[in-house]
Each structure stands twice: as structure tokens, then as C-alpha cells.
Write a protein that binds this ligand. Structure first.
Ligand SMILES: NC(=O)c1ccc[n+]([C@@H]2O[C@H](COP(=O)([O-])OP(=O)(O)OC[C@H]3O[C@@H](n4cnc5c(N)ncnc54)[C@H](OP(=O)(O)O)[C@@H]3O)[C@@H](O)[C@H]2O)c1
Length: 285
């Protein structure tokens, strides 16, 4: 395996920070400009940067990922998640690089009984999901060599996530937490996903893949797991998504099957519960 020259967008985010460590430790040469230095909607500036650095691989972890805010700031969501992804794909084609685009479980509607597979038809419920799906299409249409990796329910060091948020509320003194119990998915550890993306880059994976840790739970069950591991915590009160009243509607079931990427990379992805223990240990609660 030869070392790669990788342009990483979104390297300061939850997944991007894990990927920065993973790719550097793997011996790859990395350029990871901050959002303040490089805006993915700015085609000319990215092209200039790409021509100077001359990457063989572009990895896009950048995006506007606040699901509820996307309902309010539609233009910004589409600019970053769809238009920005398309820009990167066009530039990748122009300089002869492959592009790895990270996408989301929220491109699915959530009415399937079992796990979503790569060939299932997307039908997003919210604007975030719609912008991510358009981003996927833009990559497929414009890049010569691409890999789309869809993930779900990310947690890990390096950025706010469901687990860090409930822990912050508890540490701030909350005695009770209302948690949605009628939406289920597969929590995914950013460090495990970063490892799979590095392997995908090194092995020239092409096409569409799903990557999630094993185990499907509701948000309520995930919160219960967190406080069971810690051994203490607030009273958890299950509520329906309807009663919780967030601006963006979410899929009831967005569990993704990771069988295709497991076979392609020769991986056995571990259960999220194991990864959750690692994460909580790192957080030193
Ligand atoms: N988080 C999840 O639960 C989840 C689930 C499924 C899939 N995903 C996907 O995983 C990927 C990474 O998500 P994440 O949670 O790690 O995201 P994140 O923590 O929100 O990080 C996103 C990064 O992108 C940067 N960014 C935002 N807009 C940009 C723009 N227009 N130009 C350049 N940089 C921009 C942000 O910088 P600033 O903060 O400075 O703006 C930030 O560093 C995304 O593709 C997301 O759709 C996430």
C-alpha cells in the first residue's frame, strides 16, 4: 500500500477529527483546512488549493449537520451538503483524484421493517436528509471515482453528540431527562468509522456503502445503556417523537445494514455497546 495525499474537508468536526488522527497515524500526507480557511461552496478557492496540494484523494466530512437548524436555514444546508459536495466531486474529476463522501441514514424514510441496504430507495423526510441525498447525487454525477459511505447516529470525542449532550444535562444537575423512545437506529463510534474510511481509501473502495456499529436501539435505550455503564444517572422518561416536538421529522427506523462494507473490507464491526464503553472511558466521567 502506498501512502496517499489526502485533502480532508471538515477535519475539525466529530468525524473529521477522528479521521485526521487515523489518516495521519496511517502515514498518509494530509491537508485539512478549517472551515474558516476553505468553504466548500467556494469552487475557485478549492480548485486553487487542490491544484497546489495535488491530492490523489479528497475526503468530505464537511457539512451543515444540525438536523433541526437545516429546516430553518434551508439555503445554508443545500449550499454545504449538496452544492459543496458537487464542487468537490467536480474538482476531484478535474485533478484526477478519488472522492470519499460521507452521507447519512436520514436519506431514508424509516418505514422499512428491517435494516436498510445500499440498494434501497432513498426518500428523506427532512431538509437535512434531502440536502444529503442531493449531495450524494452530485458526487455520483460529477466524480469519475467515488465512494459514498453512509453512517448513522455518530458519537465520539471531538464534537457534540447525543451522548455528550445527555451527560452535559445530567452533570448540570438535571434530575429527569425526557428521551424519545419511538425512533430507532444504529449508534456509530466516530473512531470505528474513521478506521473503516482509512481502509476504504487504502483499498480503493468505490460505490455506495453503509457503515454502522452493530446493534439497533431507540434513543431511550441508548440513554439507558449510557447510565447503566456509568452506574448512576437521572430518571429517564420515555416520550414519543411527536410529544418531543423537534422542528425536523426523523425516520422511525434508520438502521442500516453494514454487511456490504464488512465483506468488502474483511471487517467484523463491533457492537456499539463495546464502543460506548471505550468512549465513556475516554470521557473520564
Ligand atoms: N453526526 C451524526 O450523527 C451523523 C450521522 C450520520 C451521518 N453523518 C455525516 O457524517 C459527516 C460528519 O459529520 P459530523 O457529525 O462529524 O459533523 P460536524 O461535527 O458538524 O463537523 C462538520 C465540519 O464541517 C465544517 N463545515 C460545515 N460547513 C462547512 C462548509 N460550508 N465548508 C467547509 N466546512 C464546513 C464544520 O466547521 P464549522 O463547525 O467551523 O462550521 C465542521 O468542522 C457528515 O457528512 C454528516 O452528514 C453524521
Amino acid at each position: 500500500m502506498s501512502n496517499r495525499r489526502i485533502l480532508l474537508l471538515g477535519g475539525a468536526g466529530l468525524l473529521g477529527s477522528a479521521l485526521k488522527d487515523e489518516l495521519s497515524a496511517g502515514g498518509h500526507l494530509l491537508l485539512a483546512p478549517a472551515h474558516s480557511e476553505l468553504e466548500i461552496a467556494d469552487y475557485d478557492k478549492i480548485l486553487l488549493c487542490a491544484r497546489e496540494f495535488s491530492p490523489d484523494t479528497i475526503v468530505n466530512c464537511a457539512g451543515f449537520n444540525q438536523v433541526d437548524e437545516c429546516e430553518r436555514r434551508k439555503e445554508l444546508a443545500f449550499q454545504a451538503n449538496a452544492f459543496g459536495a458537487g464542487n468537490l466531486a467536480r474538482i476531484a474529476a478535474e485533478i484526477g483524484a478519488a472522492i470519499f463522501q460521507v452521507s447519512s441514514d436520514y436519506i431514508f424514510k424509516g418505514d422499512k421493517k428491517g435494516e436498510y441496504r445500499e440498494e434501497d430507495l432513498p426518500d428523506p423526510l427532512n431538509l437535512y436528509g434531502k440536502s444529503k441525498l442531493l449531495g450524494e447525487s452530485a458526487v455520483r454525477e460529477n466524480a469519475r471515482e467515488f465512494c459514498v459511505i453512509r453512517a448513522s447516529w455518530l458519537f465520539g470525542p471531538g464534537g457534540p453528540n447525543f451522548i455528550s449532550k445527555i451527560l452535559t444535562k445530567w452533570k448540570a444537575g438535571a434530575q429527569e431527562l425526557k428521551v424519545v423512545s419511538d425512533e430507532k437506529g444504529k449508534p456509530t463510534y466516530s473512531l470505528d468509522l474513521a478506521n473503516a474510511i482509512r481502509l476504504s481509501v487504502e483499498r480503493n473502495l468505490r460505490g455506495i456503502y453503509h457503515f454502522c456499529n452493530q446493534g439497533t436501539v431507540s434513543w431511550m435505550e441508548l440513554a439507558q445503556e449510557v447510565f447503566e455503564i456509568i452506574g448512576k444517572g437521572p430518571k429517564l422518561i420515555p416520550v414519543s417523537a411527536e410529544a418531543y416536538r423537534l422542528p425536523a421529522q426523523r425516520p422511525k427506523n434508520s438502521a442500516l445494514s453494514s454487511k456490504k462494507i464488512e465483506a468488502a473490507l474483511g471487517l467484523t464491526i463491533r457492537p456499539h455497546l463495546e464502543a460506548l464503553k471505550d468512549y465513556l472511558e475516554k470521557m473520564e466521567i
